[in-house]
Design a protein around this ligand. Structure first.
Ligand code: ZN
Length: 232
């Protein structure tokens, strides 16, 4: 009996002392997809359910104008930093890939996220658009046409929260929101998703930042802050 009381008290004190971990994350699971891999896949696939339109299965991504580091490596480094920060806050994280070989098409990647049991799906990319562009931006579906109303609304909310939070954590101005019904990754989604373009590898200064551990940590904090807000 004494042992029992001691056990109950110990559990209570543990809950009292460490309430933050489990509660902050509320048992939520985040699927993180680092965009691209070592090679593109040029054969085609349907870019949306019920559409006859086709797109390349996987593009090869861009490259740092200064560092010459390929985007798939930068995306993975940012994804790993985000995993670390989210796990620290008590989330469960499932990674699409932890190495640079992941020969799955965009549709297969999204299907993997859909079936993973995760609550949300974050796609990590970096963009390429001239030397003066800077700051994070996001890609969202243009309408609920392929994903349905619920996923459309939740994806927009999730993306907007993470965009605001990453702009704040990196001290950059957000470069906005692109809306299109042409993203294979988004169109096949059954859980809220969006594409986070962390910055521009075509901007020499931002290329160096995106490939530095300290800036990757800032991005990771922003991503996790946005996720916290989404689940609040
Ligand atoms: Zn990309």
């Amino acid at each position: 009996m004494k042992k029992c009381i001691f056990f109950v008290l110990s559990i209570c004190s543990l809950i009292f002392l460490f309430p933050a971990v489990g509660q902050a994350a509320g048992g939520k699971t985040v699927f993180i997809a680092a965009g691209h891999q070592r090679k593109g896949i040029s054969s085609q696939e349907s870019y949306a359910p019920g559409s006859s339109g086709k797109k390349a299965k996987l593009t090869s991504g861009c490259e740092g104008v200064k560092t010459h580091i390929p985007e798939y490596k930068t995306n993975l480094a940012i994804a790993k930093a985000a995993r670390k920060e989210l796990e620290k806050r008590g989330y469960k994280v499932i990674m699409l890939r932890t190495g640079n070989s992941c020969p799955l098409s965009n549709k297969q990647r999204t299907r993997k996220a859909n079936r993973s049991g995760a609550d949300i799906h974050i796609c990590i990319h970096c963009d390429d658009a001239g030397s003066r562009s800077s700051g994070p931006h996001i890609c969202l579906p243009a309408s609920s046409k392929y994903v349905g109303k619920k996923i459309y609304k939740r994806s927009c909310r999730l993306g907007s929260l993470i965009l605001m939070a990453t702009a704040k954590s990196t001290g950059k101005r957000s470069s906005g929101i692109i809306r299109s019904n042409y993203y294979t990754t988004i169109n096949w989604a059954k859980i809220p998703t969006f594409i986070l373009e962390c910055g521009y590898l075509s901007n020499p200064r931002e290329d160096r930042q995106l490939n530095s551990k300290s800036y990757q940590k800032k991005l990771a904090r922003g991503i996790a802050n946005g996720v916290d807000k989404y689940f609040k």
